[in-house]
Design a protein around this ligand. Structure first.
Ligand code: MIC
Ligand code: SF4
Length: 638
């Protein structure tokens, strides 16, 4: 039998890919400041003394230390890492996915992370899986992670990218083809003769943004290019060849001829609203941001520097550059590129997520911003009334010279970019766990509040539809990102005023009138985007008990289950039309009905009945009936 790469990695980890639910013990885990505090609070509550898999805790999302809340979180994470046996990556070291790729991701291994872009590691043939913090805490305690078996979508690459066309254009092309829902329940596995022409960073860019297609993960094989990359980072020993068998089976296929691709751009406000750059040429730019876990590598920064070398950023435009890692920053400094950026007028920021998540660099009202990031949802940049476009570093750099979106192919010859043969390592990058954990004193500042517990479903459930939303609602819509919100990631009660702020600004101020068990109705792909369980924890704390939609994004659905909020889908999507905000719903014998495939939902206001699908695995059903994973874990560990 000819095996694809995903199946091979699973088999090497004794994961039975014939089962409907895969049971996975990851080799490595990454956690960061935006999701990490609940993870460690949970481990404390479970009395876990040492994390089981190799773990790295990154402070990379909100590195701004404005007032005490963030520094409190950073200190807590640092101390917990030291006590529980994890490495700690200090603020300023870089974005978790970039730093992890450079330092730890290994071909053939499985990385689990409390972030939706964990699949970035697929650039090194490492299976990266993102999940909510509770699932990550469970894996750190040594329990398996349960994943519904994905199908494997083979994407065959042939040919070679032309000048000024890059990996970002490949993934934007994929997104334009399959949409933000096209990867749900799938592994996007790349193979074919075009692969060898892509660097590891190129491959990582593509795997990173598979998350925007809703994919469970994305994978590239490992080869000579991977070996060169690992050697550059002093990690030759981590190399192994991992690839699909020739002619292996895929559930679905897409062919891409790289020669035919051109520079692409995602227009506001969705990563799949993709057009060739040539169709967006001339859009005036107030701001350009180069960075994020998608495009902040040596090549991205060096190309920007070489394009700008000897010129200035256009007066209309501000250019911000955030290197992905301290090692990258050091490499561009070593090669002289940093100076080119400085002299051209770029604002060189800390190695962190920053602008990608609205933490600084919010555009002015009504402004256009061109970004090399992965998400351009409305308001994500921190300004609701701004217009975000997504593109490659090549397009962003050339556009910075002109102050308008520009096709980079008009810029003449591509500069030659060669990374240094060795990219230096620094002992100061990671703090090791304490030799004697007992000596580490854990201090919790006043911003750190307990995690709320869910309730088992009421015997006879009644609730009001608080909100009816459209397709593709993001977790940013449910609980926004940004500097203010990320300083409240350890403080659920204080986050309540921000629930649904972007889609229904008045919502939170009326929350008390909704009763103790309100409902949200949604369209397709509900909860796409980030892995943040805050998009469940905070509404649950404020009374959300039931969500009925046409379909869910994978991680959000799991987070709902983990916190005891019941996720159901309409048996007939047309029923969505019959339900309105303010309607009262009733479900008799709710727990009993949750045991079967369908639930009968009575719309008391309209006098009609609607059928909703449970779609639970055995384990998920038990979690919902227990009121969530926390309740179940407490029983098991305490
Ligand atoms: C994001 O890009 O939205 C984040 C911030 O990295 C999130 C994590 C979070 O919100 O906690 C993600 O992608 O999962
Ligand atoms: Fe950070 Fe942005 Fe990547 Fe999320 S998408 S991990 S905020 S750089």
């Amino acid at each position: 039998m000819k095996l694809n790469l995903f199946t091979k990695i699973c088999q090497a980890h004794c994961i039975d890919t014939e089962e409907d639910t895969l049971s996975i013990y990851p080799d490595q885990v990454l956690v960061h400041d935006a999701t990490g505090t609940p993870v460690f609070l949970q481990l404390e509550a479970m009395s876990v003394k040492k994390v089981k898999p190799f773990t790295v805790v990154y402070v990379d999302h909100n590195t701004l230390q404005v007032g005490f809340p963030n520094p409190d979180d950073h200190r807590y994470l640092k101390e917990m890492a030291a006590k529980l046996g994890a490495l700690f990556s200090r603020p300023g070291n870089g974005i978790c996915h970039q730093v992890h790729l450079e330092n730890f991701a290994k071909p053939g291994s499985i990385l689990f992370g409390s972030d939706s872009h964990t699949p970035t590691a697929g650039g090194l043939a490492c299976l990266g899986l993102g999940a909510g913090g509770l699932d990550v805490a469970t894996a750190l305690a040594g329990e398996p992670y349960y994943l519904s078996r994905p199908t494997v979508y083979g994407i065959r690459l042939s040919g070679k990218l032309g000048p000024w066309v890059s990996a970002k254009d490949i993934i934007l092309h994929v997104l334009g083809t399959i949409s933000v829902k096209g990867g749900v329940g799938k592994i996007l596995e790349y193979y074919g003769p075009g692969v060898e022409n892509l660097s590891v960073y190129d491959r990582a860019t593509i795997c990173n943004m598979g998350a925007e297609a809703g994919a469970t993960s994305s994978l590239f094989p490992s080869d000579q290019v991977s070996l060169d990359f690992l050697e550059r980072f002093g990690r030759k020993k981590d190399f192994q060849v991992w690839e699909a068998d020739q002619g292996s089976d895929y559930d679905d296929l897409l062919e891409i001829d790289l020669d035919k691709l051109e520079p692409m751009v995602a227009l506001p406000h969705s990563p799949d609203n993709v057009k060739p750059v040539s169709e967006a040429v001339g859009v005036k730019l107030d701001q350009i941001c180069i960075g994020s876990c998608t495009n902040s590598s040596f090549k991205d920064l060096a190309i920007t520097a070489r394009v700008l070398n000897g010129h200035s950023v256009h007066p209309r435009t501000e250019l911000a550059v955030s290197p992905g890692s301290r090692r990258t920053l050091s490499a561009i400094s070593q090669c002289g590129d940093l100076n080119m950026l400085i002299q051209a007028g770029a604002r060189v920021l800390e190695c962190a997520c920053g602008p990608c998540n609205g933490i600084g660099q919010s555009p002015a009202s009504g402004a256009n911003t061109l970004r090399t990031h992965n998400r351009n949802y409305k308001g994500r940049c921190g300004t609701l009334e701004a217009f975000s476009y997504l593109c490659s570093a090549e397009t962003a750099a050339v556009s910075a010279l002109h102050g308008v979106i520009t096709d980079p192919r008009t810029h003449g010859d591509m500069p030659e970019i060669a990374p240094p043969a060795q990219i230096n390592d620094y002992p100061a990058l990671f703090l090791k766990p304490a030799d004697d954990p007992a000596t580490v004193n854990i201090v919790k500042g006043p911003n750190i509040k307990p995690i709320p517990l869910g309730d088992p479903p009421a015997e006879n459930y009644s609730g009001t539809i608080a909100l009816k939303l459209e397709d593709d609602v993001t977790t940013d819509d449910i609980i926004p990102g940004g500097a203010k919100m990320l300083s409240l990631r350890s403080n659920v009660p204080d986050s309540v005023p921000y629930i649904f702020q972007r889609v229904a600004p008045e919502f939170a101020s009326n929350i008390d009138s909704l009763g103790p068990a309100w409902i949200v109705i949604g369209g397709e792909n509900y909860g796409q985007g980030s892995s943040r369980e805050h998009a469940v924890m905070v509404p649950m704390y404020a009374g959300l008990r039931l969500v009925i939609v046409k379909s869910f994004a994978r991680i959000h659905r799991q987070n709902l289950i983990n916190f005891g909020v019941v996720p159901l889908t309409f048996a007939d999507p047309l029923n969505y039309e019959q339900i309105e905000e303010g309607d009262e719903l009733h479900i008799a014998e709710f727990p009993k009905q949750l045991m079967s495939d369908y639930v009968n939902v009575e719309n008391v206001t309209k006098g009609i009945n609607v059928k909703a699908v449970t779609g639970f695995s055995e384990r998920e059903r038990n979690l919902v009936l227990a009121g969530g994973l926390l309740n179940q874990l407490r029983e098991k560990f305490i």
